[in-house]
Write a protein of this length. Structure first.
Length: 42
């Protein structure tokens, strides 16, 4: 029972890290897309 709870805690922490990383990556890609759209194409 204790190991199952520990595994669940680790999985939850990993999921939170992956989610925050994905959110940061999405924000960065949106920023880059905004810069590309704002930059006049040569």
């Amino acid at each position: 029972m204790r190991t199952a709870r520990r595994i669940a805690t680790v999985l939850t922490a990993a999921a939170a890290m992956v989610t925050s990383f994905a959110a940061q990556a999405a924000a960065v890609s949106i920023d880059i897309a905004g810069l590309v759209l704002e930059t006049p194409q040569l």
